[in-house]
Design a binder for this molecule. Structure first.
Ligand SMILES: Cc1cc2nc3c(=O)[nH]c(=O)nc-3n(C[C@H](O)[C@H](O)[C@H](O)COP(=O)(O)OP(=O)(O)OC[C@H]3O[C@@H](n4cnc5c(N)ncnc54)[C@H](O)[C@@H]3O)c2cc1C
Length: 388
């Protein structure tokens, strides 16, 4: 059975639904084609079930992309305030948890009910359990899914990234970009825990569950947040954030006591200089077990001035070379994606293939942790939806 629309949106996630409802409100006949049995599964599991739906301090600097300027236009056209206004229209209660991160008071279902309700009111048709076999371009776009065929002059690809394949992530968006001749920045897991090499695993992993406030850096990027030791390596917000900038083989430098002089006490006259004194100094910054273990592995050969200076340096620059990451199974997002040089920053339309749009995570724009990825999904979705 063939059905004709003004626009077909592939993927009923955050970006696809936002795009569809904006286009529907403008009178366009829109179909959303979703592979899973329901739309918005990632929204429902996000933010521990409460969806960290935006960040009030959203700035272009919170996004990683080969072209750091690309996201500016869409982010300015659809801001956190716009999404908050939508929530308030639906009387959805929310709160700021920390650092500008907004969460639902009740549950992420509130966001899904809102998006589905808005889509319904805008006349959007949602087709779930639709497995896409083929996408062609004749005089218009043709999408074949099972027995159904959808035709439209406009195709919006909103199929997300590769993260969490067990809830239905697929590489369709990248395949379609290739099919239509668009360049791709190599996808990679991002916002993902690190895995230690065998030596570091043997040294630290029995401390799994211990956390510390650290500053972590890689290249020019630095994040001051919490680090968590896991059974396989390092996680926690600090590590997830820096992972988006990390490339295999690179070192990450961890400052275990940011902005502090840890050995100051030992340099005082008449204070004993030994491992016991140093342990108690480090206990001010790290949990006892972690401090003791770390010190056993990094204690200076002699407790001289230069030995203390070297130890102070190491505390602020503990260098770890991760063996890798936990991969897409644990990555909150996929870095890389459709090269932004291929797209209009205003509308997300392909420069080469008129009528073809890419929005959301499938594009080479990756937000920091803290609500920025949803803000990108809303903003890129709204920009495209208003251009259809
Ligand atoms: C566990 C977890 C928690 C997260 N928490 C947060 C958070 O609190 N705040 C935040 O900002 N970000 C969070 N994120 C990231 C955020 O969920 C994504 O960045 C965002 O959902 C991307 O939106 P999207 O619409 O581009 O892709 P998605 O939301 O992934 O939607 C893509 C849709 O396309 C469908 N699809 C895929 N392939 C096909 C196909 N072949 N045919 C048809 N349909 C297909 C998928 O089923 C899916 O419904 C979280 C991610 C994870 C994994």
């Amino acid at each position: 059975m063939t059905q004709q629309f003004d626009a077909v949106v592939l993927g009923g996630g955050a970006a696809g639904l936002m795009c569809a409802l904006e286009a529907g409100k403008r009178g366009r006949r829109v179909a959303v084609i979703e592979r899973a049995e329901r739309a918005g599964k990632k929204i429902l599991i996000s933010g521990g079930g409460r969806c960290n739906f935006t960040n009030i301090y959203c700035r272009p600097e919170n996004f990683v992309s080969a072209n750091p300027h690309f996201a500016k236009s869409a982010l300015a056209r659809y801001t956190p305030s716009d999404f908050i206004a939508l929530l308030e229209k639906h009387r959805i209660p929310y709160h700021e948890k920390t650092l500008g991160q907004l969460f639902c008071d009740r549950s992420a279902h509130d966001i899904m009910d809102m998006l589905e309700g808005e889509c319904r009111d805008a006349g959007v048709r949602l087709f779930v359990k639709a497995s896409i076999q083929e996408v062609l371009r004749t005089t218009e776009f043709v999408v074949r899914a099972g027995e159904m065929e959808f035709r439209a002059p406009v195709l919006v690809v909103a199929t997300g990234g590769l993260s969490i394949p067990k809830i239905g992530a697929t590489g369709l968006g990248y395949d379609l970009a290739r099919q239509f001749g668009l360049a791709i920045c190599e996808p990679r897991p991002a916002l993902v825990p690190f895995v230690f090499d065998d030596e570091d695993r043997a040294r630290y992993c029995d401390l799994a569950g211990i956390s510390a406030h650290v500053a972590v850096s890689c290249g020019n990027q630095r994040f001051l947040e919490k680090m968590l030791i896991t059974h396989r390596g390092l996680s926690g917000p600090a590590m997830l954030q820096i992972s988006s900038y990390w490339k295999p083989g690179q070192a990450v430098a961890i400052d275990l006591a940011p902005d502090s002089d840890v050995t100051a006490a030992l340099r005082e006259p008449k204070v004993p200089r030994n491992i016991t004194a140093m342990r108690s100094a480090l206990h001010n910054f790290l949990s006892n077990r972690f401090a003791n273990r770390w010190l056993d592995l990094h204690a200076p050969a002699a407790w001289t001035n230069s030995g203390l200076a070297e130890l102070e340096r190491l505390v602020h620059e503990w260098v770890v070379i991760p063996a890798g990451t936990e991969g897409y199974a644990k990555a909150e997002v996929t870095g890389g994606g459709v090269d932004t040089d291929e797209l209009s920053a205003k509308t997300m339309e392909s420069r080469k293939v008129p009528g073809l749009f890419f929005i959301g995570e499938v594009v080479d724009v990756t937000g920091h942790l803290g609500g920025f990825n949803f803000q990108w999904a809303w903003a890129s979705g709204a920009s495209a939806g208003r251009a259809l």
